[in-house]
Design a protein around this ligand. Structure first.
Ligand SMILES: *[C@@H]1O[C@H](CO)[C@@H](O)[C@H](O)[C@H]1NC(C)=O
Ligand SMILES: *[C@@H]1O[C@H](CO)[C@@H](O)[C@H](O)[C@H]1NC(C)=O
Ligand SMILES: *[C@@H]1O[C@H](CO)[C@@H](O)[C@H](O)[C@H]1NC(C)=O
Length: 491
């Protein structure tokens, strides 16, 4: 179904060329036709699947990512009062995927005028970020010993806000921020999953395969399946589920057996105003770090430099290639942003690897512009990695591990980048392929990546999709609201 919808989008563009001819070559249809021929392999698609003609679309049973849809960008048709449960609110750029998602999404919704109440833990020190948004409220509480939200406490805070005469329209919990014991029987509640146990089995298998004989076998491999069974049992206590990748959506429906009208795919988004192509800032970055023009391939790595982000595999692959290939040594430079134990090891690889340490968000945006390709060897199969989305929005092709969330939602074909099974040999082969393809081909893939990024991974698209889901969940048919229906906004 996901593929069907994508072909529908492509074939829709293709229809433009017919319209172009029929309409007497008007400017608009010319632009439409030009867009079509210049960006999509649409000549291969001629049939519209039945589904697309089935309009309006019932959003609740829509099987593809909502990011594919265009929601009207104007003022929201209705302002909502939204409760958000999130274990930790991020402090600046040092944050994991879940927290960054929570920040990007909920600030965007508050800026659109919705009333946001964030229930989260107070940070270990007293400083908490301040935002100049009048419809944004924080309700802090001391975390439990294990670092979770104190459920009894936040529930009390929630109830007091819910009984002020204006009850919440929607409740959103980031993962198990609000636990299933509390979420049961709340119809207007949605949970976003940034990783489910079933996906992690793939990571466990990879880790076991690369384990050296002197390391003990990880206990997680045997525990994980029971964890999946537990999740299958308690997940139905949440009314609506948002999957952040197409793969997770499929697993929630198929393995976790949650009815399809309660599972919605909304891919993560990153700030398209921060992450965008900028040749000048890329050049500045290169000269600042003294990257010579003789290097005709600059590979970028970023993020936490730890084992579960696949750095042992990347380190070994680079070490072997640098040792065996003189020309590669002359032509290739690897830029590493971020910190963690593997930073020091990368430094040991010599002058072909430049370790920059952790960078602030603005610097990271320049970093993406300074590289030819972004590589992410992660072996963590959960969620949707933000760095890949940032690189794509910056107009760079990506190289990443062949994990289901990545191949299903991000690097869906060779037009935007490369994937490899997580072994040293496969990664070496992929790196040689990237090098062999060279800058011209990489730039072309980068343009396709940028196009796909804008269509799917822009923060505004993610926020618009969530807003619509929340509107749909609070749909009042008595008032004639039809928020669960989607009509193509294009004429
Ligand atoms: C407060 O704690 C956060 C981590 O929770 C840390 O990043 C930040 O630097 C701390 N701020 C101060 C002023 O100590
Ligand atoms: C919030 O308040 C409304 C109105 O009183 C009530 O119907 C609803 O059940 C409350 N929500 C929860 C989760 O308690
Ligand atoms: C939303 O409202 C429309 C129009 O009244 C109604 O047909 C539809 O069933 C409602 N959807 C939900 C999910 O309540």
């Amino acid at each position: 179904m996901a593929r069907d919808y994508k072909s529908a989008v492509l074939s829709f563009r293709c229809l433009c060329s017919i319209v172009f001819v029929l309409s007497g070559f008007s400017i608009a249809s010319f632009l439409c036709w030009f867009h079509c021929t210049s960006t999509s392999p649409c000549h291969k698609q001629t049939q519209l699947p039945d589904r697309y003609e089935d309009r309006p679309i019932d959003l609740l049973t829509f099987a593809s990512a909502w990011n594919y849809l265009d929601f009207a960008p104007g003022r929201p048709p209705k302002l909502l009062k939204i409760a958000v449960f999130v274990k930790k609110w991020p402090h600046r750029s040092h944050a994991g995927g879940l927290e960054r998602h929570a920040l990007t999404l909920h600030l965007a919704l508050a800026r659109r005028g919705h009333e946001l109440h964030i229930f989260t833990t107070s940070p270990p020190n007293s400083s908490f970020p301040k935002y100049p948004i009048s419809s944004l409220y924080f309700h802090l509480s001391k975390p439990t010993a294990a670092g979770y939200l104190d459920q009894a406490l936040v529930w009390k805070q929630f109830q007091s806000q819910n009984s002020t005469g204006r009850p919440f329209d929607v409740i959103h919990t980031e993962s198990v921020g609000l636990m299933h014991t509390r979420s049961r029987n709340i119809a207007n509640l949605a949970v976003s999953w940034h990783g489910i146990a079933y996906e992690t089995i793939h990571s466990d298998i990879i880790q076991e395969l690369v384990r050296s004989p002197d390391e003990p076998q990880s206990y997680s491999l045997t525990e994980r399946v029971m964890r999946v069974v537990e999740e299958v049992k308690f997940f139905p206590s949440y009314a609506h589920h948002v999957a952040t990748s197409d793969h997770a959506g499929d697993v929630l429906k198929r393995v976790y057996m949650i009815p399809e009208e309660r599972v919605h795919v909304i891919l993560n988004g990153v700030d398209e105003n921060v992450f965008r192509p900028n040749i000048i800032s890329g050049g500045d970055f290169r000269s600042k770090f003294g990257i010579p023009d003789s290097k005709n391939l600059v590979i970028g790595l970023a993020g936490r430099l730890v084992k579960d982000k696949g750095h042992p595999i990347m380190f070994e692959a680079l070490k072997q290639i640098l040792k065996e290939n003189k020309k590669f040594r002359e032509e290739v430079l690897v830029l590493v942003a971020g910190d963690g134990p593997w930073g020091t090891r990368y430094r040991d690889l010599g002058s072909n690897v430049l370790v920059l340490g952790p960078l602030e968000q603005a610097q990271i945006a320049r970093f993406y512009n300074a590289i030819d390709i972004f590589a992410n060897p992660t072996v963590r199969a959960q969620g949707l990695d933000h760095t890949l989305l940032e690189a794509m929005l910056s107009g760079k092709p990506v190289l990443a591990t062949r994990l289901a969330s990545i191949t299903g939602s991000v690097i869906v074909n060779a037009d935007v980048g490369y994937t490899f099974p997580p072994t040293v040999d496969s990664l070496k082969k992929a790196l040689y392929k990237v090098w062999g393809d060279g800058r011209i081909i990489l730039e072309k893939k980068g343009q396709v990546a940028r196009h796909r990024g804008l269509q799917l991974f822009a923060a505004t698209k993610m926020a618009a999709a969530y807003e619509r889901l929340f509107l749909c969940m609070s749909n009042d048919s008595a008032k004639g609201e039809t928020f669960c229906n989607y009509e193509d906004p294009l004429p």
